[in-house]
Design a protein around this ligand. Structure first.
Ligand SMILES: [Ca+2]
Length: 414
């Protein structure tokens, strides 16, 4: 009987998980005690422990807002919230950092609130532009001083949060990596032992309306530099090459470029002997008049390995010369898409190519090559303004001047 019950319990858990846990190649800061990506790929699954969020009355929003492609949408009523069960892992008790990306469209509501039915430690939006935090004392119902600042921008992304250092007593409110308010609340053991709610609590009629993604909890006060690094864990839209060809860089800059023949999309610029390079073959469209071009093949080179995938998704190259366990370029396909991935240092590139539709997307995770790549997809340093970096390292204002420097000299085209 016990065996049957255990089996049922396991099946129940498997069915209730919204998505599979995504295997992370990167390792997180050891002080991170909870991380809910709150995006289309990883949903409400806790990437650190098993405190997966339980969504109620919220939807995944796949509309691109700024450079973020997916987030959770809260409708601003009592039935729209995510509850995060707390097995003790994100009970930080002493020092803490709470960070979250919010896109408010309403007036007020809880962003991360410990204790669903009363005032535990909490981070809120308390006015159209007002961010607010109050940490509460553990078990003695005391409250520390509030910190608030009129800094949130409506209908835009705000990377908002708080740090608290138990030893110094310093508490700091952050927006987009900068301190916007600070105070000293002394050394208080804080109330963080309860479940947390986002969107709505049961005892207050203010409900958050808007989008949220990338909720992070740490058990120490991060420094400003570390908060800027933490922001990079938040999933941005992939770089895209599609159409005639319209391109969007890793940093979210969209432009059109009509070069023909092979061009470099992404290249390792950290070294005179690049470790990897991704190229695309642009050809004039034969189905319409004018100078429109589109992508007809992609070429990926990593070390001595090189493959080309054509518009029929056919893969050729020298990768069969390598034993499977020695191959650096991983290729798989399903339906109309070829997926190519490779990892160098801590950085993984994930590429999707749909030859029939002439659509190529590139995702990058890791930090070793931030700002150390070049090509038509930009330098991936988080700043869209410098994305027209030419092959000599200078930044151009002219799209054709920029694009032409990334034309590949030693590859021929019919
Ligand atoms: Ca850039």
């Amino acid at each position: 009987m016990l065996r049957i019950l255990v089996l049922i319990a396991v099946v129940g858990i498997a069915l209730s998980l919204p998505k599979e846990k995504v295997f992370q190649k990167r390792s997180y800061d050891p002080s991170m005690v909870a991380f809910w990506p709150l995006n289309a790929e990883q949903g409400t699954i806790d990437q650190i422990d098993s405190n997966d969020g339980l969504p109620t009355g919220v939807t995944v929003d796949n509309t691109k807002h700024g450079d973020i492609c997916s987030a959770y949408s809260f409708s601003g009523n009592s039935g729209s919230y995510i509850e995060f069960p707390n097995n003790g892992r994100f009970d930080t008790r002493f020092s803490t950092t709470l960070l979250v990306y919010v896109y408010p469209t309403g007036v007020a509501g809880p962003l991360f609130h410990y204790k669903r039915n009363n005032w535990g430690s909490h981070l809120w939006q308390t006015g159209p532009n007002e961010g607010f935090v109050r940490l509460t004392g553990r078990n003695d119902f005391s409250s520390t001083a509030e910190l608030k600042a009129n800094v949130l921008v409506q209908n835009d992304w705000n990377f908002f949060g708080v740090t608290y250092d138990y030893y110094s007593g310093e508490e700091k409110l952050y927006l987009n990596g900068a301190v916007v308010k600070s105070g000293n609340i002394g050394s208080v053991e804080i109330e963080t032992q309860y479940e947390a709610r986002m969107g709505a609590v049961t005892f207050d009629s203010r409900y958050y309306k808007g989008l949220v993604t990338c909720m992070q909890v740490y058990n120490r006060a991060l420094s400003p530099d570390e908060i800027i690094e933490a922001e990079k864990l938040c999933t941005k839209c992939p770089a895209v090459v599609s159409g005639d060809p319209h391109l969007t860089t890793f940093d979210g800059r969209a432009y059109s470029f009509q070069g023909t023949c092979w061009h470099t999309l992404v290249k390792d610029c950290s070294n005179t002997n690049p470790e990897f390079e991704i190229r695309a073959h642009f050809a004039p469209r034969d189905d319409i008049d004018g100078l429109k071009t589109r992508t007809v093949a992609v070429n990926v080179t990593v070390g001595k390995e090189s493959i080309i995938v054509d518009k029929n998704n056919k893969v050729s190259g020298n990768n069969n010369d390598f034993k499977p366990w020695k191959r650096q370029i991983d290729v798989s396909s399903n339906n109309n898409t070829v997926m190519i991935s490779f990892t160098v240092k801590d950085t993984t590139f994930t590429l999707h190519w749909n030859g029939r539709k002439h659509i190529f997307t590139a995702d990058v995770s890791g930090t070793a090559y931030r700002g150390k790549v070049g090509g038509l997809l930009g330098n991936a340093d988080g700043d869209s303004h410098n994305d027209f970096m030419m092959s000599d390292g200078k930044v151009s204002k002219d799209v054709n001047e920029f694009g032409d420097t990334w034309k590949v000299a030693d590859m021929r085209c019919e």
